[in-house]
Write a protein that binds this ligand. Structure first.
Ligand code: MN
Length: 256
């Protein structure tokens, strides 16, 4: 099995290192990851400057590139140019911090997996839902390994991926796995405003605790309950249930 590994925390992040180590005996592991932390870069690509891809050594990987771009750049470059034979699977992570609910639109970890899925490689995004400084990645890495074996036996349909979040449960493993839908998770807390030395204001976004949906069956709820969340994701954002409503406006009958 050939597995491409990427992330958004940068090529030397402990989550990527531990993921590669856990996958190493499953086959040939290839790595293409950003040369620095690129969290919350969404599905952005670099169009207005060149990209560099420097070969580096990562323990357990057959080949690895440190790339001067976004997570999406890394996967696009890996699949379209750097590696001759296409991988059987892409795994993005293990991210430091949750990617739940509406986080998916901000997440570079998920975007790397999305890029794999839309270029035709089955993909998993995996995140450790904790910012505890004592967290370790071994339970999440074991989960990624188990899912890689599972997906090889029973592939996902084209243009779909799995978004996986593993709770931090200390030495004990999570309580189990819940297959979930995307919950709601919103950041609308305060913005930190300060003044620079010349008196101009500056601002910080982020850092606050998000508001989360607690409905049963959601990814957000699974994590709170101590379970690993596995959410199947597709790339179609169409609100199918809204089609009749918007059609009822008569836009299709008008000329303008
Ligand atoms: Mn990250």
């Amino acid at each position: 099995m050939r597995i491409l590994v990427s992330n958004d925390d940068g090529i030397y992040a402990p989550g990527l290192r531990d993921l590669v180590a856990a996958l190493a005996d499953l086959g040939e592991i290839l790595v293409a990851a950003p040369d620095r932390a690129r969290s919350a870069s969404g599905h952005s690509i670099t169009l207005h400057k060149p990209l560099r891809a420097d070969p580096v050594q990562i323990a357990g990987a057959a080949a690895a590139y440190s790339i001067s771009g976004t997570p999406t750049d890394c996967v696009a470059l890996a699949l379209r140019r750097l590696f001759k034979e296409p991988p059987d699977l892409l795994i993005s992570g293990i991210n430091h911090g949750a990617n739940l609910g509406w986080d998916l639109t901000y997440s570079g970890t998920v975007a790397a997996a999305v890029e794999g899925a839309l270029l035709g490689t089955p993909a998993i995004a995996i995140s450790l839902a904790s910012r505890n400084p004592e967290q370790t990645y071994h339970h999440a890495a074991a989960c990624a390994r188990r899912l890689a074996i599972r997906i090889q036996k029973d592939p996902l349909p084209p243009f779909t991926l799995l978004n996986v979040n593993v709770p931090w449960t200390g030495d004990e493993p999570p309580l189990g796995i819940r297959v979930t839908r995307q919950g709601k998770r919103r950041y609308d807390g305060g913005v930190v405003e300060r003044q620079d030395p010349s008196g101009r204001p500056y601002y910080w976004l982020g850092g606050e605790i998000p508001e989360e949906e607690l409905s049963p069956g959601t990814d957000t709820r699974a994590i709170i309950d101590g379970y690993t969340s596995v959410t199947p994701i597709h790339l179609d954002l169409t609100a199918v249930e809204l089609l009749p409503h918007v059609r009822s406006w008569g836009l299709e009958d008008e000329r303008y």
